[in-house]
Design a protein around this ligand. Sequence first.
Ligand SMILES: [Zn+2]
Length: 401
Amino acid sequence: MSGIQVLRGQKVQFKNPLKDVHIAILPIAGCAWIDTTEGFVVIDTLISRGAAKKAREQIKDKIKYIIYTHGHMDHVMGASEFMDEGTEVIASKYLPDRLDRYKMLASHRAHISAVQFNIPEVVIPMEFVYPTKTFLGNMTIKLGDKTFELHTARAETDDVCWVYVPELNVAFIGDLIVGRTFPNIGNPWKPTRFALDWAKALEEVRTINPEYIFCNGAAVMFKGEEAREALDANIEVIRNLHDQVVDFINEGMHITEMIHKVKIPDHLKDSPYLRPSYSRLEFFAFNVYRWYHGYFDDNPAHLLPRPEKEVMGEIFNLIGDSDKILNRAKELLKQDQAQLALEVLNVLIQADSEIIEARKLRIELLKNLAAEDYCLMSRNAWVYYINKDKEFINSKSKKDE
Ligand SMILES: [Zn+2]
């Protein structure tokens, strides 16, 4: 995951789940440090310097290596607190490019984080510790009595590096799994994830058959049979859904139909390892589609489209009556069709965004969509736009006073 600010002010918890393995836990981030006879190896660095400082205070010896499992902010932002003299920072070859992109797109990213996490829109300083050594493929580090086998992959990001420590029979897999949740393969705000390569990376982990898996940074641990079940469930659901989308693309199905047709196999629907609490099936389908498919949807009207506002303005002028649109949207809401109602109402809001009654009705529709939505990302989005409409209505009523 990549949340900024989300965890500010959250208390860091510390655990020592295995001999020589220590972890720091925040609600959606974590890091680990492994004790060797020649110093410590830190895997991931938490989301902020404040949280990382508390973790650093727990580490009594020198830190020789920091390994980034990937470049998401909740894995790299605390790194400066873990730097000792000569500490090597190891990452995928593609990780520095990611950090550069975060700087380049700081304003845009502040906005999308505000929607995705429903937090204030603040551009935070992008200060990173860049890797001192990068690589692609496999690399082994020996330190004292431990070996660290590093493997790069493309999965949630293009810069994944997961780690196996044979002496402990432990794999640190970053966000290849984020807990007991449906894999975070689709994110409406972010570039595409790598579904098929993600499954292959998990299959490599499964081949090693580690007794312990640390994931979500290192905040979550699976042991023994649970580790194997979590891997099996994630691999199967990714491969199955990926293949469904590929088949639908080959059939020429439109993406707006596809997201409603793709289905989780029955025997995985209630899997305790795949709860749709963070991402969701439709986001997964969009994501695989975007990876393999261009923007054009086989409709010539959409090859070089006019701005949406202009098109909706034309349609609205043909309808000629805002009440017709408002009433139809209300009818659809009564028929439990809030999404369709939202799209009908969109004709009016795009044609004229200042109609208070339309904005009030949109709040109703978004509340309806949010009420039974357990996916954190879509629920936050509905609430974000409810608040935007409320702000707009309040600002109008103040002007009228
Ligand atoms: Zn991540």
